[in-house]
Design a protein around this ligand. Structure first.
Ligand code: ITT
Ligand code: NA
Length: 198
């Protein structure tokens, strides 16, 4: 059985390969379909953008598709960068530039005031079916200096108190057990069979 993840993000693609691979799925992503143009994310919520991506790709490929819209929400920044996480520092979607901008925005904000969370909304779409939405979050704090080489995006700046490590210092297996993405997938597990039968 094959599942298509509507993402062009290499870091997400790797995580979905591990997460759905463990359930016996063969995972395809948009990296396998370079001819498909990027879906414009015009929504202002994670749910709206996840729905846009999932439904557009389900229509194009005429198959079952999961899309992930995710991001970092920083309390001291009123929840920013939020849905703009990928393009926080500009259209080029640079992890390095985004992390640098985040550190700059948090200058002078210390300790517990640097609280944040990662959010993930997953949309599951298939031709002729009502789109299914689930979400997951993981709490943490924004470090002042990046730590670790694993993961992607804001992981080097995201401190996970439970492990006393940044998300990028955790092995992939550990991140995949605790991440916002894995919390959302656990929610998806609960409703998957019922949705597939409907
Ligand atoms: P697709 O739309 O093709 O899936 P994208 O990177 O544009 O790729 P989003 O619009 O959902 O996806 O933006 C998500 C951004 O949030 C991502 O680029 C990272 O900067 C950040 N992010 C999401 N999940 C993350 C994670 O597990 N670790 C670190 N950063 C994450
Ligand atoms: Na987005």
């Amino acid at each position: 059985k094959t599942i298509v993840i509507a993402t062009g993000n290499q870091g997400k693609a790797k995580e979905f390969e591990a997460l759905f691979g463990a359930k016996g799925y063969q995972v395809k992503t948009l990296l396998d379909y370079p001819e498909i143009p990027e879906v414009e994310e015009t929504g202002t919520t994670f749910a709206a953008n996840a729905t846009l991506k999932a439904e557009a790709i389900a229509k194009t490929l005429n198959c079952l598709v999961v899309a992930d819209d995710s991001g970092l929400m920083v309390d001291a920044l009123s929840g920013q960068p939020g849905v703009y996480s990928a393009r926080y520092a500009g259209e080029q979607k640079s992890d390095a530039a985004n992390n640098a901008k985040l550190l700059h925005e948090l200058t002078g904000i210390e300790g517990a005031k640097r609280s944040a969370k990662f959010h993930c909304t997953l949309a599951v779409a298939a031709p002729g079916k009502e789109t299914l939405l689930v979400s997951g979050e993981v709490p943490g704090e924004i470090l002042t200096i990046p730590r670790g080489e694993n993961g992607f995006g804001y992981d080097p700046l995201f401190y996970v108190p439970e492990f006393d490590k940044s998300m990028a210092e955790l092995p992939a297996e550990t991140k995949n057990k605790i991440s916002h993405r894995s919390v959302a997938l656990k929610e998806l597990d609960k409703v998957w069979d019922k949705w597939m039968e409907a």
